[in-house]
Ligand binder design. Structure first.
Ligand code: ADP
Ligand code: MG
Length: 253
């Protein structure tokens, strides 16, 4: 049982505060959806937790099983069990998915520990079977000429191979066609439960028709302002975000 605690977390880009005291705890096995209007700081939150160098943490803490990750380099955070699915993964021409994933798995092993080829392919094929991915897929170059759906398949396979404790998934609506949406949803549903905790950022309600989250949260102006179950996502779809803003204004009046 693991726990990711985000406590009064504050992040600035340059001098501009973007995340302004964000609180959330995610336990193993839980899927938390974070929704909210554009520009509210969702991507900044995920990138800062993963340790992206452009984002300055100005307050609060992020604890993985009670231990702060903030002093760790991004690769140490990954080794500790955090996984960030990137919004726009880059192309790596000439590097096959199989070799890329092997390097990624190797990089997360302790020093001196070696990944043997037989063990690696066994793990790779069992994950591919779980995710119903064709064996031919892994001989392709990473993201080269990939459709939106293929990029997502690569990302989900990477997540499955790395077996993180917590995955931070940032899904914009742009570029998510129905094919890509199904791949993300099927992948998350195959991997969820058990030990994996997921923070799924989306302002695309439709994704939540396929992935039923355990908790839904609304982020607004850098803070988490409302939490509920899956019915909150339906309410947001029907009514938009204005009523959340009105509730906030009424509460602070
Ligand atoms: P969301 O993911 O909720 O749409 P973001 O975290 O992407 O929100 O952005 C939050 C705010 O931070 C926005 O006002 C955006 O303009 C600003 N911002 C994001 N990235 C940068 C950046 N690299 N440089 C300057 N401002 C940025
Ligand atoms: Mg975003």
């Amino acid at each position: 049982m693991s726990k990711l605690e985000i406590k009064d977390f504050r992040v600035s880009i340059g001098d501009k505060p973007i995340v302004k005291g964000f609180n959330l705890t995610i336990n193993s096995g839980e899927v938390h959806a974070i929704m909210g209007p554009n520009g509210t700081g969702k991507s900044t939150l995920a990138k800062a937790i993963a340790g992206h160098p452009d984002y300055a943490v100005t307050g609060g803490d992020v604890l993985l099983d009670g231990k702060s990750v903030l002093a760790m380099e991004p690769d140490e955070r990954a080794r500790a069990g955090l996984f960030l699915a990137f919004q726009y993964p880059s192309e790596i021409p000439g590097v096959s998915i199989a070799n890329f994933l092997r390097a990624a798995v190797q990089a997360r092993m302790a020093e001196g520990e070696e990944l043997d080829a037989t063990g690696y392919y066994k793990r790779l094929y069992s994950k591919m079977d779980l995710l119903k991915i064709d064996r031919k897929f892994t001989s392709r170059s990473v993201n080269e000429g990939f459709s939106g759906g293929e990029k997502k398949r690569c990302e989900i396979l990477q997540m499955a191979m790395l077996e993180p404790k917590f995955a931070l998934m940032d899904e914009t609506d742009s570029g998510l066609d129905i094919d890509a949406l199904r791949i993300v949803a099927d992948g998350v549903n195959a991997l969820r439960g058990g030990q994996l905790g997921i923070m799924l950022i989306t302002h695309y309600q439709r994704l939540l028709d396929y992935i039923v989250p355990d908790f839904v949260h609304v982020m607004y102006d850098g803070r988490l302002v409302k939490s509920g179950d899956k019915s909150l996502a339906l309410e947001l779809e029907a009514k938009g975000y204005d009523w959340v803003k009105q509730e906030l204004a009424a509460a602070s009046a």
